[in-house]
Ligand binder design. Structure first.
Ligand SMILES: Cc1ncc(COP(=O)(O)O)c(C=O)c1O
Length: 400
């Protein structure tokens, strides 16, 4: 850690002459012209090389990306350099220009990860914000039904409960796998997980439903391949701080093109406006940027982009494949020890029953194995990423 601290101090002392977001020599798309797809196809990094980007593995068996992913050192450096530049030069025109460039870059890169076009992606601060914007922006009234699944995360349940109390809608919950067959005449929206945060189950294909579908992609994007068109959804909300290893307060909301303007822009503040100087006559962007978060710092965006660079070098399909394979290895290892692993799909989450999950979670943390318990379920959950290796799994299994 002392080494990391020194490197960060060094980074903060750099006073780059102009643009800098310090990503291992790669220039940013805006200034350097490097395209997203060119960066993503670098390839050729071995698993140990990927793992070496993450300081947390110097000490911990970190298996908690479902809460927040490990932060690569390059992301820390990018944030530090961006702040150092802002501190040295003042946050004026250049800072804001940089901030907007980075926002555009993140939008394009998130879109590529979702199999979408950039104009359909809003840059948000988290999955929950995307959920809130969709629920608030739809014309939902008393008597309308929202169909959801049992076992959803509070990031979705909170906004659903608010829609029920504030707008009089009915919320009906069925098992995730039953969603496609459970739409009723009263259903106006389906809102559920892409990947369950409880057991890693994947929602069945939802294409062909006659109502819009909001997917909570907090445990989807970055963890497994996502293709919003194939999923048959209308809205896809995702997190930047989990499987994409960015800082907290990064995320995205994909909105199907035909819904971009149909979904009310609930907070069209100046960054969402085409011409903010038009005063009360200003109109929101026609693209999904109308649904962007009101603020996101250049340093957060720089860190998020740097983290994406680290993962993209490895190749996204290799990242997904390695994580899913390691997760299955862990599930098999737990089962061999006689533990009851929750039924799961080929994702990155593995949950199993434990007599006292909070106590076991704390006991594992004492030996530097980081997982989480899932309150009220009797389950512990490990999140397995491409950055993990067999030694992490062995440390977890032998500590149990
Ligand atoms: C399924 C699910 N939805 C939503 C959230 C909330 O994510 P965020 O903090 O990005 O809003 C989480 C976080 O753990 C989650 O697992």
């Amino acid at each position: 850690m002392a080494g990391l601290r020194q490197r960060l101090t060094d980074a903060a002392q750099i006073a780059p002459g102009g643009r800098s977001c310090g990503r291992d020599g790669s220039s940013d798309a805006g200034a350097g012209g490097t395209t997203v797809s060119a960066r993503a196809s670098l390839g050729g990094v071995d698993p140990a090389g990927l793992r070496a980007h993450f300081p947390v593995f110097e000490r911990l068996a970190f298996l908690n990306a479902g809460t927040c992913g490990p932060i690569p050192e390059a992301a820390v450096r990018a944030a530090a350099e961006t702040m150092a530049l802002a501190a040295a030069e003042g946050r004026a025109h250049a800072y804001f220009t940089r901030m907007l460039e980075l926002r555009g870059e993140l939008r394009a890169r998130y879109a590529a990860l979702l199999g979408a076009q950039a104009d359909d992606v809003a840059v948000t601060t988290c999955t929950s914000e995307g959920v809130v914007r969709v629920l608030a922006g739809l014309d939902l009234r008393a008597g309308d039904e929202i169909l959801t699944s049992v076992g959803e995360h509070p990031g979705l349940l909170g906004p659903l409960a608010a829609a029920r109390t504030q707008r009089g809608v009915t919320v009906r919950a069925v098992a995730l796998e039953q969603i496609p067959g459970a739409v009723s005449a009263a259903t106006r929206l389906v809102a559920c997980s892409h990947v369950s945060w409880i057991d890693g189950a994947i929602v069945p294909e939802l294409g062909g439903l006659e109502v819009p579908v909001l997917l909570d992609g907090a445990q989807g994007v970055g963890a497994i391949a996502v293709d919003v068109a194939a999923l048959g959804c209308t809205f896809y909300a995702g997190s930047g701080q989990k499987w994409l290893c960015g800082p907290v307060a990064t995320g995205m909301l994909w909105v199907a093109s035909q819904w971009r303007e149909r979904l009310l822009a609930t907070g069209p503040t100046y960054l969402n406006l085409d011409d903010p100087s038009a005063g009360l006559d200003a109109v929101a962007h026609r693209t999904a940027a109308r649904h962007d978060a009101s603020a996101q710092s250049a340093e957060a965006a720089a860190a998020a982009a740097a983290a994406l660079d680290v993962l993209a070098q490895f190749g996204w399909s290799a990242v997904h494949e390695r994580a899913a394979t390691l997760a299955q290895t862990l599930a098999d290892g737990l089962a061999r020890r006689g533990l009851a692993v929750a039924p799961r799909d080929r994702t990155t989450l593995v949950s199993w029953q434990d007599p006292d999950p909070p106590a076991t979670r704390a006991r594992l943390a004492d030996v530097e194995v980081i997982i989480r318990d899932l309150p009220g379920t009797g389950l512990l959950r490990a999140s397995v990423g491409a950055w993990n290796d067999e030694s992490d799994l062995e440390r977890l299994l032998s500590a149990l």
